[in-house]
Write a protein that binds this ligand. Structure first.
Ligand SMILES: [Zn+2]
Ligand SMILES: [Zn+2]
Length: 188
C-alpha cells in the first residue's frame, strides 16, 4: 500500500477539521497504534474498544488547538484528552511529557479514509439490502492495531480475542503475551 500524501478527519459537527501528512517513508503506516481498554479511555470515548494512533503534532494541519471548540480535559496527572465542546466528539489523548505528539482516536478520521469512497455507479441490491463497493481508503494500514494495553479489563468473549501483542496494563508494566488474558495461569 503506497503511502497517502495526507488523510483528513474531524469531529461530528465539523467545527474541528484536520489533515495529517506523512512526509517521511518511516511515517507510514503509523506504528504507535494501540487499543486501550482502560476505564478512562472507555469513559472518554464511550467505547469498550477504544483505539488511537500517535502522530507528530508538526504533521497535523491546522493545529488542533487553533479551533475554538477544541478543549482539553486533564484526565490524570500528566495526561489530557481533547474533545469538541460543540458536538462532544472525543478526539485525542496526549501526555504532558510528550508535547510534540498527540494520539488521535481513529474514529475521528473521515469515512473515505477508513472505508474508501462510495462507488455508487457500481452499487447493487439484493435481499440483504444495498451493496456499495468502495474505492481506495487506508483503513487497514491505518487501523490494524499494533498492540493492546490494559487487557486486564478485557471483556471475555467480546474484547479479548483480537490478535497481536497484549499487555495487562501499560507497555512498561510487564511483558507482552498473545493469548487471551484469561488463559494466563498462575505459575505458583
Ligand atoms: Zn464538533
Ligand atoms: Zn487508556
Amino acid at each position: 500500500m503506497t503511502r497517502p500524501s495526507s488523510i483528513s478527519g474531524g469531529c461530528l459537527c465539523e467545527a474541528i477539521r484536520f489533515t495529517v501528512i506523512f512526509p517521511k517513508e518511516s511515517d507510514w503506516p503509523p506504528q504507535r497504534n494501540g487499543i486501550c481498554q482502560c476505564t478512562m479511555c472507555r469513559k472518554h470515548g464511550g467505547s469498550v474498544f477504544p483505539q488511537n494512533v500517535s502522530f507528530p503534532k508538526a504533521n497535523i494541519s491546522p493545529p488542533l488547538e487553533s479551533h475554538a471548540s477544541y478543549k482539553l480535559y486533564q484526565s490524570s496527572p500528566g495526561a489530557s484528552r481533547g474533545f469538541c465542546a460543540t458536538c462532544g466528539s472525543a478526539m485525542t489523548f496526549q501526555y504532558d511529557g510528550e508535547p510534540d505528539l498527540v494520539e488521535i482516536n481513529l474514529g475521528s478520521f473521515d469515512e473515505e479514509v477508513l472505508c474508501g469512497k462510495r462507488d455508487e455507479a457500481n452499487a447493487w441490491e439484493d435481499e440483504y439490502g444495498r451493496h456499495v463497493p468502495r474505492i481506495g481508503g487506508v483503513g487497514f494500514e491505518l487501523c490494524y492495531p499494533k498492540y493492546h494495553i490494559f487487557t486486564e479489563n478485557a471483556i471475555p468473549g467480546v474484547t479479548d480475542g483480537f490478535p497481536g501483542p497484549k499487555y495487562l496494563r501499560d507497555k512498561s508494566d510487564g511483558a507482552p503475551f498473545t493469548q487471551k488474558p484469561s488463559e494466563l495461569k498462575r505459575q505458583q
